[in-house]
Design a protein around this ligand. Structure first.
Ligand code: DGP
Length: 113
């Protein structure tokens, strides 16, 4: 998708601090971290949100979770972490390319705001 911020990060038109990458997924550090570790995990192919992804591609849907847990392992989050997929307006999604936040490195409170 031409005007998608995260597609531009995948295409390296916009720089990012990469954490992990394979053929299908990219993980990079959030520009505005909410925890000592805050990494975004995205499929390289454009899907607007987790609803579109899960309806469109079972393999990538499962792969996203697997990739996110690999990121948690690389980031040494053995004490615990959180995977968050903000979805839609009320879910707080601001970038319309599905992404999982991997958050950790501190004690995380619940419930979120
Ligand atoms: P969400 O609000 O769930 O849609 O999360 C979008 C996240 O994307 C937010 O935490 C900030 C991050 N973000 C926005 N623009 C950029 C950028 O240009 N680079 C990086 N690395 N992260 C960005």
């Amino acid at each position: 998708m031409t005007n998608c911020l995260f597609c531009k990060i995948v295409a390296e038109e916009i720089p990012s601090a990469k954490v992990l990458e394979n053929t299908d997924f990219l993980a990079f550090r959030d520009i505005d971290p909410k925890a000592p570790v805050h990494v975004l995990v995205i499929p390289k192919k454009h899907f607007e949100d987790i609803v579109e992804l899960s309806k469109g591609d079972n393999v990538l849907t499962a792969g996203l979770m697997k990739f996110a847990t690999e990121v948690a392992e690389i980031e040494k989050l053995e004490k615990g972490f959180r995977i968050v997929l903000n979805t839609g307006q009320e879910g707080g999604q601001s970038v319309q390319h599905v992404h999982a936040h991997v958050l950790g490195g501190r004690s995380l409170t619940w419930p979120p705001g």
